[in-house]
Design a protein around this ligand. Structure first.
Ligand SMILES: C[S@@+](CC[C@H](N)C(=O)[O-])C[C@H]1O[C@@H](n2cnc3c(N)ncnc32)[C@H](O)[C@@H]1O
Length: 339
């Protein structure tokens, strides 16, 4: 993975660069936390990882690329919960999120000069030096087998052809314009080994339906515009159309769960998710106005639902797809459906 290749360069449009991906990992996590209230509870990444492990497709030493890695939570999961040992590359255009890992962002030069930190962090300095020799200037973190780099799905020119065993693109393809996404799929196929796998996750158009209604209620109340649903560009429905045009075999697992909020903790988690969207409204409301709306209008709605029905319900409709060039025998046992 570590060779710089320049013959795949791609011009990124201003529109793509300005797309609204600049999120804090705290906001991303706040929006994902509500899924811990889903019944049935399904951890989509785990579902994919254990299925692939069972099929022998994700050995411990596999080279993994996580596109749109945010704070590399997937790395932690793979290592801690699944004992992963292979190289893990995380790329994201919003490298601020990497800081969540160590609270440090270094250029390679800084890194090599930080003797103190070198002792504290398990950095592979030999590998670091090798990469610098090969001209990789953009590596911001390298901790053991975790390599974090600024990068975008639609331009993986720093990654060799056929070098990745498993490429994850989790809840990120909807941040790309349609042409950029088609370009990203081409890049995914190029960098993934012939018997490798591309794992894509997104959500359905009716995912978190109540959340959206409440966003509209806030917008109405503050006389502003509600955010566009984040997944609009690449919903489950779109994925069903697009993935088979780029991959020979697509196996999908659709989660159809209910988010069930029954207590104050659940209310707090749900409100935190709504709070994370404040700066997506137009114009952006003040923190006071927004929090007032949440506390005075939205919280009582949740409480009333719980008071009357014992529960406030929303939808968790999400999808994970395993995409391959060769068939995955035995996959159906794992409740993935071939499309
Ligand atoms: C909703 S977060 C998902 C984070 C992580 N994959 C997960 O599932 O927990 C979307 C991430 O995609 C990143 N992103 C946005 N545009 C991207 C692009 N063109 N290429 C790669 N990542 C992108 C964002 O910066 C953000 O970190």
């Amino acid at each position: 993975v570590s060779n710089l290749e320049s013959n795949h360069s791609y011009e990124i449009s201003v529109e793509d660069i300005n797309r609204n991906y600049a999120e804090s990992s705290a906001n991303v996590r706040a929006r994902f936390e509500v899924y811990s209230y889903a019944y049935p509870y399904i951890e989509l990444e785990d579902k994919a990882i254990s299925t692939l492990r069972n099929l022998g497709k994700l050995p411990l030493g596999a080279t993994v690329l996580d596109v749109g890695t945010a704070d590399a939570a997937l790395h932690e999961r793979l290592v801690i919960e699944h004992g992963h040992e292979g190289e893990f590359w995380g790329i994201d255009p919003n490298t601020k999120q990497f800081a969540m890992l160590t609270n440090l962002i270094f250029s390679p030069e800084d890194w090599l000069s930080q003797k103190q930190s070198k002792r504290e962090l398990p950095i592979d300095l030999d590998q670091m030096a090798r990469m610098q020799e090969q001209g990789q200037q953009y590596i911001t973190h390298m901790i053991g087998n975790l390599i974090l780099r600024e990068g975008r799905a639609e331009n993986l020119d720093f990654i060799k052809d056929n070098s990745v065993d498993a490429l994850f693109a989790m809840f990120m393809l909807y941040h790309l314009s349609s042409p950029a996404r088609q370009r990203a799929f081409t890049e995914f196929t190029r960098v993934t080994k012939e018997d490798g796998v591309v794992i894509v996750a997104t959500s359905g158009s009716d995912n978190k339906q109540m959340h959206r209604l409440l966003e509209q209620a806030i917008a109405g109340l503050l006389n502003i515009q509600a955010p566009q649903p984040m997944n609009t560009g690449f919903t489950t429905e779109k994925a069903k159309e697009e993935l088979p045009t780029h991959f020979n075999h697509v196996y999908m697992f659709n989660q159809k769960s209910e988010i069930q909020i029954r207590d104050n903790h659940g209310i707090e988690v749900y409100l935190r998710s709504l709070r994370s969207l404040r700066d997506q409204f137009k114009p952006i409301p003040s923190e006071d106005d927004y929090n007032n709306a949440l506390n005075e209008i939205i919280m009582p709605v949740l409480r009333e639902h719980i008071h009357e029905n014992g529960v406030f319900i929303d939808k968790a409709h999400r999808t994970i797809a395993l995409c391959t060039s060769k068939p995955l025998p035995g996959i159906e046992k794992h409740s993935f459906t071939s499309i």
